[in-house]
Each structure stands twice: as structure tokens, then as C-alpha cells.
Design a protein around this ligand. Sequence first.
Ligand code: PGA
Length: 253
Amino acid sequence: MRTKFVAGNWKMNTTLSEAKALAAAVAKGVSPTCPVIVAVCPPFPWLAAVGEVVSGSPVALGAQDVHFEKKGAYTGEVSPAMLKEAGCKYVIIGHSERRHQLGESDAAVNHKVHTALEEGMHVILCMGETLAERERNLQERVFQRQVYAACAGLSDEQFSRLTIAYEPVWAIGTGKVATPEQAQTAHAFVRERLRVVYGAPIANAVSILYGGSVTPENAAGLLHQPDVDGALVGGASLKADQFLAIANAATAP
Ligand code: PGA
């Protein structure tokens, strides 16, 4: 059975004091017996401080990106080893804001996924179609291309540390959420594609989160779909009460 997972992507938001207060409120609100994995992903400069705040709590720490090389002359970049030393277990890779605003390619995403997994991290791999692609009914082609490109060459053990986040680009930060049926259809398709190439045990074990305008109001409908294993939350993760309400929606049977 897949464990439900709710991760907060804070993006380029919060001051240091806001980040520490938000992390403290989230850590306080997640009980040690919580059956859902809860993670927060603050901006790079706040990782170590937020890591200290959540240490000893059930809340895990994640980063929003990582470089595809392990070390070297890469000005401005951050390696998996640095993230781990700052306390991160998770790293988000291939977010649509990086793919579309910064030109991150499928090949770069695959390289990052490999490096992060080789260095022992858990990866949250983002994928999803743009509005133009959905309007032309190309979403399944896009899912297949993104998933196969990102996962190429992974071992069975590496798949056990991979989570996929389906985030339709038209739903991110727009207030336009996918319907539970749209999310379920997309997740089932991705799982089926994984089954075809990697086999049923891997396809059934990989968690697939939904992301894109998740709120406390729409979370339960999404999270109760059979192939929706959690949520990657942007805007609503900046308010502890909203983020905790989404995590609670994931706990309900
Ligand atoms: P949103 O962002 O919840 O603000 O739509 C989700 C994401 O980009 O991960």
C-alpha cells in the first residue's frame, strides 16, 4: 500500500523569520502518529534553519531543485550532498516553472534525477501538460514523453525513492484545479505507462501526487481518488492552517 504524501513547495517566498515560524507551526500541527508523510520545501538559503526547526518532528525537509553534477565549477548551483548536509531528504526536480521559465529539458531532468538518487536522496519528479497541449488533446503524449525521459535508466531500488507529481501547468498558481476525475485519469495513465516498461510491482509502488491549486476545499475530492497518493502544494503551503488541513484531508479514509 502506498503511504499518502503531502509536500509544501514554498517557491521563492518567505523571509527567514517567516520561514521559521511557518515550519514551527507545521511541525506543531503534525502528530507523531500521523499516517501521512509531510514535507516542507523552503528556499535554499533557509534550508538549514528550517531543518533545525523541524528536526525531531515528523515533518521532513525538501529542496526545490538541485544540480545535475555532484560538485565542481557550477556558479550559483547546489549539489545533492549540500542539500543532504543541510538536512534535506527530498528534492523536487523538473518543476514546470523550471522547465518553462528556465528552459530545463527532459535530458537535464533525467540527469538531475540520476544524480540526486545516486547521492541517496528521495526525488519528487514533476511533470504535466500546458494548457495549449491539453487543448490539442496532447496530454497523454506529453506524460509519456516526460515520464520515460525522466525515469530512463533507473534501477528498481532507485524507483523506491522516486515520487511523481502530476502538475498540469494550467492549474499551477491559477486557482484552476483539475477535477478529481481529470487527476485520476492522468495518474492512472502515468501508472499504466510505468507498468508497461518497468512492470507492475514498480508501477504499483510509485506514489503519484497531484499539484496545482490544491486547497483545503478541494483536497479531499482529489486525495480520495485511487491513484492520487498525495499533493504537492504551492500557495496553500504558505499558510500553516491550510497546509495542515490538506494533510488532514489525506489522512481521512
Ligand atoms: P500551487 O502550486 O499550489 O500554488 O498551484 C503548486 C506547485 O507549483 O507545486
